[in-house]
Each structure stands twice: as C-alpha cells, then as structure tokens.
Design a protein around this ligand. Structure first.
Ligand code: TXA
Ligand code: MG
Length: 343
C-alpha cells in the first residue's frame, strides 16, 4: 500500500481536508495530528475499518480505542448516560487532552471497545484534528499512531517511520504540543478513577469534580495475570530498543553512578544544562523541573536514542508532580519499571 503524506497547515485547506475525509469515509486509515500525540484514525462506527488500525499497529486485540469527536453533542450517540461529572469535565477541559470513559451505547462496535461495556471519548483541541472530524462527519477511533509497544509519535515523520506502507495516508500538521497521550479518567467506577496521567493533572480533575482516585497501575507494575482497569496499562509501552534504567537521586550521585556503570553502547538521558558532566553522546529532555517541556520532548528523544544505536540509557528521574506524573509514568514503562534509587 502506498501511504500518502498530506500537509495541512490550517482548517482552510479544504481540498486536502476533503481528500482525508473521503479516505476515512471509505473505511481507510489515516495518521492525524492531535495536541497530545499523532493518532491513527478510522471510522469508529465501522468495525472492519477499525480492524485495519489493529493490523497496522500490531496492537493486541484486547486493547480498546479512544473515540474522537469534534463537539459535545456528538457524545450523545456514543454513550448511554452522561453524568453531571462528565458535563463538568467537558466544560472545563474539552476540547483538550482529556479522555472520559462512560458506559457505551450499542452503536460502538466491539472492535472499538474490545468487549468492555464502556467507551473512551475525547475531543481534541488541535484545529486540524477537529477539522478532520468535522469534514468526515463521523466519530474517529484513534490510538496513538506508533507500532504497538514503540514510543508514541509526536511528528508526521515519526508516523511515517512506523506506518509507511501500512496505512492510507498521514496528515502532517506539525509537532504535537503536549507530547504525551491524554489523561484518561473513568466515570464507570463509584469514585472517578485516573487510569492514565497526561496533560490534565490529577489536581485539575479534583478541582472540578472533587474526589478522584489514582489507579494503582499508574506507578506500579501489575502482577502476572492481574487485570488492569485500562487494558493498555498492562503492556510494556513506549519502549525504545535500548534498555532504559531510571536513576533516582541528586545530580552528583547520578554522575558518580554513570561513571561507574557506563560501558560500550551506553548513554545518558539528562536534563538541559547537565550534558557537560558526561562524555560521548548525551541526550536531554528539558530543564530540570520543566515537566511541560519534558513531556513535549520525551517520545522524540526516545526515538532519537534508538536511531543512535545505543543499547543502554541511564535516565535522570523527572519530578512526579503535575504533568511530571505523566512524564514519569511514560518513562517508567519505557524502562520496563527498572529504577535504581540512590537516595
Ligand atoms: O492522547 C491520546 O489519548 C491519543 C490521541 C491520538 O488521542 N490516543 C491514545 O490512544 O493514546 P491509545 O490507544 O494509545 O491509548 C488509549 C488508552 C489505552 O491504554 C486503552 O487501554 C485505554 O486508553 N482505553 C480505551 N478505551 C478504554 C475503556 N473503555 N476502558 C478502559 N481503558 C480504555
Ligand atoms: Mg498508545
């Protein structure tokens, strides 16, 4: 299959939008930009179109997809109830990087929900994503547009790297601003539960709807056979080819650890300004404490580490508050939960 690369710079690019909408309405698959990461979109109401997403990504069959809408009214057909808390969350954070899980209606095919009684819904704020959904006139199922298990794509080039020849088209709408996937909250539990941290923080969610629990899978590895609330949480995710090891502790301890353990093929992932402490190839992902910048750069730097051929990465540990919770959650999965604590 030839994968077309279609540049769309604004919602006024109507010829290109029409072309993309036609592919999607015909049951095709298209990589689309969103403010979080690039998504791999197909018509959410067409089970056989959705199956193509799973095939292109090599995605496990039990990992459900998020359905993307362009205005609040579109959620009504997708779910069986819209609790007050969903309205409050949507008012506060939509369009934006928040996914809300609600009981699904019968129009959601099993290919999207993977046998669960619920559906995950999100309204992206990216103007091109929004324009594509509107032009298509359909809700779009879209997981991150990476090969399953690889870091999520934050540019059209990342999507091309993973998906060239496997999908119909990729829309180039520039770099994703947030850089990590949306915050996922379920309203199907007695107390709303954070399943995946992202650009909308736990504190922001609590300020709007009060009590919110954080799922244990956010920071801990699940035991063999344990069933996560969000199927995606059980997979080793976001992994570069290299072995990532997170090192907790102050910079001086990190430097000493690296000098003791560095070997052929090992490299360092540190914060901006810390490179001078290390020799050889060194990678950075933002200033210490700047979680927004770290989120924006994390997946790109993981891909660059892979391209460099390095086999082991000693990574500085981010702060875990606010958006840092999302950065740490993704880095933990990239590291397959390998953490050395020097504190
Ligand atoms: O920012 C994002 O959310 C991006 C962009 C493209 O919108 N999408 C994304 O999709 O990250 P994906 O498929 O890579 O991650 C969706 C996560 C998975 O962990 C999946 O298991 C979970 O959401 N999920 C989807 N539907 C669910 C449901 N009904 N119940 C529980 N978890 C669900
Ligand atoms: Mg994903």
């Amino acid at each position: 299959m030839k994968t077309r690369l279609i540049k769309i710079s604004s919602p006024a690019d109507s010829a290109e939008l029409t072309e993309v909408a036609e592919i999607l309405r015909a049951g095709g698959t298209v990589g689309i930009p969103t403010e979080t990461v690039y998504g791999l979109a197909a018509n959410a109401l067409d089970g056989s179109a959705v199956k193509k997403i799973f095939a292109a990504k090599g995605r496990p069959q039990d990992n459900p997809l998020i359905v993307h809408i362009s205005c609040f009214d579109e959620i009504k057909a997708l779910v069986t109830e819209i609790p007050d808390k969903a309205v409050k969350l949507a008012d506060a954070f939509w369009p934006g990087p928040l996914t809300i899980i609600l009981p699904k209606s019968s129009i959601i095919p099993d290919e999207v929900s993977c046998g669960l009684p619920s559906v995950a819904v999100r309204m992206p704020s990216h103007t091109i994503a929004n324009a594509i959904i509107r032009a298509t006139g359909l809700p779009l199922a879209a997981p991150s547009a990476n090969t399953s298990g690889k870091p999520s794509p934050t540019t059209a080039q990342h999507v091309m790297h993973d998906m060239d020849g496997k999908i119909d088209a990729v829309v180039d709408g520039g770099e994703s601003a947030v850089g990590v996937e949306s915050t996922v909250i379920t309203l199907c539990t007695p107390v709303p539960r954070l399943l995946r941290p992202g650009g909308i923080t736990l504190a922001q969610l609590r300020s709007v709807i009060g009590e919110v629990d954080a799922d244990p899978a956010v920071f801990a590895e699940l035991d063999e056979g344990e069933r996560p609330a969000s199927p995606g949480m059980k997979y080793k995710h976001y992994s570069p080819e290299a072995d990532v090891i997170i090192i907790k502790g102050a910079l001086d301890k990190f430097i000493a650890y690296v000098s003791e353990h560095s070997c052929v093929g090992s490299t360092v992932l540190c914060f901006d300004g810390e490179e001078k402490n290390f020799s050889g190839i060194v990678f950075t992902y933002g200033e210490p404490g700047d979680a927004d910048e770290q989120a924006h750069r994390l997946f790109d730097v993981l891909r660059k580490i892979d391209a460099s051929g390095m086999r082991r990465v000693y990574a500085r540990c981010p702060e875990t508050k606010g958006v840092g919770m999302a950065v740490y959650n993704r880095l933990l999965r990239a590291a397959a939960f390998k953490v050395v604590d020097l504190n």
